[in-house]
Write a protein that binds this ligand. Sequence first.
Ligand code: FES
Length: 315
Amino acid sequence: MKKKLLIALLCTKIIQTNSVFNNTQAIVLAAGGSTRFKTGITKLITPICGQSMVVYPIKTIAELIKTITVVIGFQKERVKKAISDAHISNITFVEQAEQKGTGHAVLCSQHTWHAENILVMNGDMPLVTSDIIMKLFEEHQKHTAAISFVVAYNIDPNGAYGRIVEDDNGMRIVEAKHFTYTITDYPCINAGIYLINRVFLENCLETIEQNEQTQEFYVTDLVEKLVNETHFDAVYVCGPEIMMYKTVQSAHSRDIFVQASLERMMKCGVGICGSCCVGEDLVCKDGTIFDGQHLSSNKEFGYFYRNKAGILENY
Ligand code: FES
């Protein structure tokens, strides 16, 4: 039986995974109303260093993936012109006539789906590099994942980001407008880049329910669905430690085997200097991979780290 794994990613390493790219198409979400921009004009055509914002992620994707579908809606002609003016080949446009959320936007492109994997990415991400996408592919492929997504550590209370929430009800991405928890308890945000197995997407997307408050459909609900409705053999997690801590807790509460990859400052690398200690464990000698069972008794994991001077500090 195939292992089904949910991988939360912090992207650091570049590895080429051409075989996955050949089996992948991309959906760029560029239909939103830019309501937070408050200019009445779609933010996607805002020039940044001489190029429209939306062109950056599309060019990045085009370095890796041949087939790209762009979902347009709000001020669609302006967005379409900005992209067309960039002369990127193999772009198909589909329209989301009503802005009913990201899940609905993805569904609008369903007639174009054909590849094994579908990369879904927001169109307002000019700083995302191909390295990040390549790392996402690498992890997705390595673990035969149904869905993989990029997260980032961010505790800025002013940022209206969807946040990764894990509690007794499972893991889910909570949109900013519905987030009522304490930000420091859930410091990881959803970066808006997903790699999804097409069959999984086809099975799940039509079952996503409309949010009662906003009447929108969110693609982020796929994550909650996957966790709650799928059996996992194991969870392997790397990335920000607070996120790993919550993931380990969540896996424990479901009796799922879990391992976490810890990071610490390593000065000697051979177990002498103590710079890499987490409680009584040395990351260089005892890790860097630790079982969740072991970590659950470690009093520093998820709460403290040591700064460059070796002084214990709170996360
Ligand atoms: S790096 Fe010195 S003990 Fe681990």
